[in-house]
Design a protein around this ligand. Structure first.
Ligand SMILES: C[S@@+](CC[C@H](N)C(=O)[O-])C[C@H]1O[C@@H](n2cnc3c(N)ncnc32)[C@H](O)[C@@H]1O
Length: 343
């Protein structure tokens, strides 16, 4: 029989502190959300301020705000000096509204009720093996977004901010050909396609999306003028033909394997022997080390039956759609580029 080794007495104190600290870990995103909603990072732009002044300007209770900011300072979000004034740090700068590297909207999305309430039911999700989002909100995530303009705004802004932060690094991480056509399948409002076209003047682009998203596209940029078109459609059924490169950025992780196979098969039908497919998603590494992909994976499972995948899982999925994994390229951010061709 396998022998279970109990912890040594000197290990127990640290283990208890770790587990109980982790049990209260949800207070960190809650506190972060308070600071973002009160606009504390923007309020510190004209210099350090104590909690009383910040509370007055933000319309909050000074003593409560001080306790929240003191807690956030333990994670490097703001820094409190000996006189009790709070300063901006790198982590608080990215929560400002007016900077190109802002993740303020993404922070508001990731701490929104859509994530928060579904996370509170994680046990049900794990027991059943599927999200309970529809039970909480009356519809699956994308259906909920269709019905609730405020939630849709929160979602679109959060995703757009994230895209802005990562798209330059992703575009620089792939050796795009000098000429050809890039089809961004489920490309959102087109920020990534615009970045790719702007950096590669010989390329043309097609933004393939649902009509409601195309209505808000961001391709009207002189740097890419005359080199793009939009195409409306359903990526489960088909993809536009004529592409040299097909991109699926942050799309497959939204879906279970059966839906992913439909999307990949639609791309496969549109591809020629020379076309390449680029899956841009987090790739879960082996081993026990922390990795953002393992964190995002739980969020995917919680809100829409999505998942982050290992390289092997992508290989199997691609094979099921008549495609072959050619190589996996890293990017400076949390995602990788999985390149595939026809099998
Ligand atoms: C998580 S977003 C990713 C957007 C973009 N690729 C990015 O990285 O920012 C997934 C996108 O898939 C699109 N989408 C969902 N269902 C679709 C369908 N059936 N056909 C085409 N696009 C769809 C959504 O409109 C959304 O823009």
């Amino acid at each position: 029989m396998h022998e279970v080794r109990p912890p040594e007495p000197e290990e127990i104190g640290a283990a208890v502190r770790q587990v109980l600290g982790d049990c209260l870990g949800y207070l960190y995103p809650a506190a972060l959300r308070v600071a973002v909603r009160l606009g504390v990072a923007d309020l510190l732009l004209d210099g350090p301020k104590d909690a009383a002044r910040l509370a007055e300007e933000a319309g909050a209770d000074a003593a409560s705000l001080h306790r929240v900011l003191r807690f956030l300072a333990t994670r490097g979000v703001f820094r409190e000096d000996a006189a009790g004034a709070f300063h901006l740090t790198a982590a608080s700068h990215v929560l400002r509204t007016d900077v190109p590297y802002s993740v303020r909207s993404t922070a508001l999305l990731l701490t929104d009720r859509m994530y928060w309430d579904a996370t509170g039911r994680l046990e049900d999700t794990v027991r059943r093996g599927r999200t309970v989002f529809d039970e909480i909100f009356g519809a699956p995530l994308f259906g909920h977004l269709d019905r609730d303009p405020e939630a849709a705004e929160t979602f679109d802004r959060g995703i757009a901010d994230l895209s802005v932060i990562e798209q330059g690094g992703i575009a620089d991480s792939y050796p795009f050909p000098a000429t050809g056509t890039v089809v961004d399948v489920g490309g959102g409002p087109g920020g990534f396609l615009r970045t790719v076209l702007a950096g590669n003047p010989g390329l043309r682009g097609v933004l393939y999306e649902q009509a409601s998203v195309l209505a808000k596209h961001q391709l009207d940029d002189p740097a890419v003028a005359g080199r793009w078109e939009t195409a409306e459609g359903d990526f489960f059924r088909s993809a536009p033909t004529g592409g040299d490169l097909y991109v699926l950025k942050r799309v497959l992780h939204d879906w279970d394997d059966a839906h992913c196979l439909d999307i990949l098969r639609a791309c496969r039908r549109a591809m020629t022997a020379d076309s390449r497919l680029l899956i841009v998603d987090a790739v879960v590494p082996a081993g026990n080390d922390p990795h953002p992909a393992k964190l995002y994976d739980i969020a995917m499972m919680t809100i829409f039956d999505g998942k982050e995948r290992t390289e092997r899982e992508f290989e199997v999925l691609l094979a099921g759609a008549g495609l072959r994994l050619l190589r996996t390229l890293p990017t400076p951010g949390t995602v990788s580029i999985v390149e595939a061709g026809l099998a």
